[in-house]
Design a protein around this ligand. Structure first.
Ligand SMILES: *[C@@H]1O[C@H](CO)[C@@H](O)[C@H](O)[C@H]1NC(C)=O
Ligand SMILES: *[C@@H]1O[C@H](CO)[C@@H](O)[C@H](O)[C@H]1NC(C)=O
Length: 365
């Protein structure tokens, strides 16, 4: 009765699963709040945003929840601890899914791995991290997957340009670092596998000094996973966070969660879009209130270009926010529809606004 090939495949899969080391896995089911600590960062300034435990406005399974940013113009910081480990001599896999329901036009969907001792109640933009990984979107020209590795107290950006997804659906991002100091970035379970040498000596001059270090890839005391974001428009939903040593296990987790739900989620999204279009068709040139408000604020922000440039060279946190927010990235705002010149101006200023605010907050914070 049993197909021997299938049987061996099942046995192999079981073996693969049991041999995987899972350092951390979070599907945001009941009890997640006991594992995650919401930081007090920015609370005293009343700019700390609230996480919503939800499956979002569209999803492939309403019972499969994640955590979503729920308030605009807010800082978000949350982290979870796992038993400390070193990735020396083993593969490190960092994976999560993220969905930008708000049609993110400028912002990040990163997660971080942190090491050593961190006061989770104080976790924020200045907290040093070991690895930062995830999509970054600004305008139509910046849509990439960032991976920033901290080596010897310095943050290094991988040079490889890896485009990220820009739609309003869930996508899985996987970062794999191997003991031979190579890394891979996978989007949606490996359809975008980009093997690359980690030291990448041409990318950053400082890396040339390190390229002979065989332990370049080693993080000896990984201990926390965290999300730290500034959001102009909220609606980013994280789910299915994994820290493991096994790419195969990560692949299966992604398949079981994102893979199983993606078609239903897409259908739900298309349904929601259809409804929205129908509703909007019934309204008169909407949104003028919001535009007026934002145009008023724009004057605060004008003339800060040089400020932003100097701050680019500042600390890593500021840089993380700022690196994609250059005017070139903001300009091609007319791709969707065919907005009037005034609309283009408004969109342009909104984009500048959304990119400038983090630098100001980072400076004062
Ligand atoms: C949480 O998300 C759900 C689904 O999108 C939404 O209906 C609800 O209003 C949200 N709650 C808050 C507090 O934002
Ligand atoms: C790390 O940086 C410090 C100070 O910048 C330097 O003295 C040290 O040699 C560096 N270590 C390695 C392994 O490169």
């Amino acid at each position: 009765m049993a197909n021997p090939k299938l049987l061996s495949l099942i046995l192999f899969s079981l073996f693969a699963i049991t041999s995987a080391k899972v350092f951390f896995e979070e599907r945001f089911e009941d009890g997640w709040e006991n594992r995650w600590v919401v930081s007090d960062w920015k609370k005293d300034e009343n700019t700390a945003g609230v996480w919503n435990h939800t499956s979002g406005k569209w999803n492939g399974d309403p019972n499969d929840k994640g955590i979503q940013t729920s308030e605009d113009y807010r800082f978000y910081a949350i982290s979870a601890e796992f038993p400390e480990f070193s990735n020396k001599d083993q593969t490190l896999v960092f994976q999560f899914s993220v969905k930008h329901e708000q049609k993110l036009d400028c912002g990040g969907g990163y997660m971080k791995l942190l090491s050593g001792e961190v006061d989770q109640k104080k976790f924020g933009g200045d907290t040093s991290y070991s690895i930062m990984f995830g999509p970054d979107i600004c305008g139509y020209s910046t849509k990439k997957v960032h991976a920033i590795l901290n080596y010897n107290e310095t943050n290094h950006l991988i040079k490889k340009e890896v485009p990220c997804e820009t739609d309003q659906l869930s996508h899985v991002y996987t970062f794999i670092i191997r003991p031979d100091a190579t890394y891979s970035i996978l989007i949606d379970n490996g359809y975008d596998d980009i093997p690359k040498e980690l030291p990448d000596p041409d990318a950053k001059k400082c890396f040339t000094d390190y390229k002979d270090d065989p332990e370049l890839y080693v993080y000896p005391s990984l201990r926390y996973v965290g999300i730290e974001l500034w959001q102009v428009k909220s609606g980013t939903l994280f789910d299915n966070v994994l820290v493991s040593d096994d790419p195969e296990y990560a692949k299966q987790l992604a398949e079981e969660t994102w893979g199983k739900q993606k078609d239903a989620e897409k259908a739900a999204f298309e349904e929601a879009e259809k409804k929205k279009v129908e509703e909007e068709a019934g309204e008169d040139a909407a949104g003028s209130d919001a535009e007026d408000e934002d145009e008023g604020e724009t004057s605060d922000v004008e003339g800060e270009d040089s400020d932003a440039e100097t701050k680019d060279k500042d600390g890593a946190t500021t840089k993380n926010y700022m690196m994609s927010c250059d005017e070139e990235a903001l300009l091609p705002a007319t791709r969707h529809g065919d907005p009037s010149w005034l609309q283009v101006q408004v969109i342009f200023f909104l984009r500048i606004l959304s990119c400038r605010i983090p630098s100001r907050k980072a400076k004062t914070g």
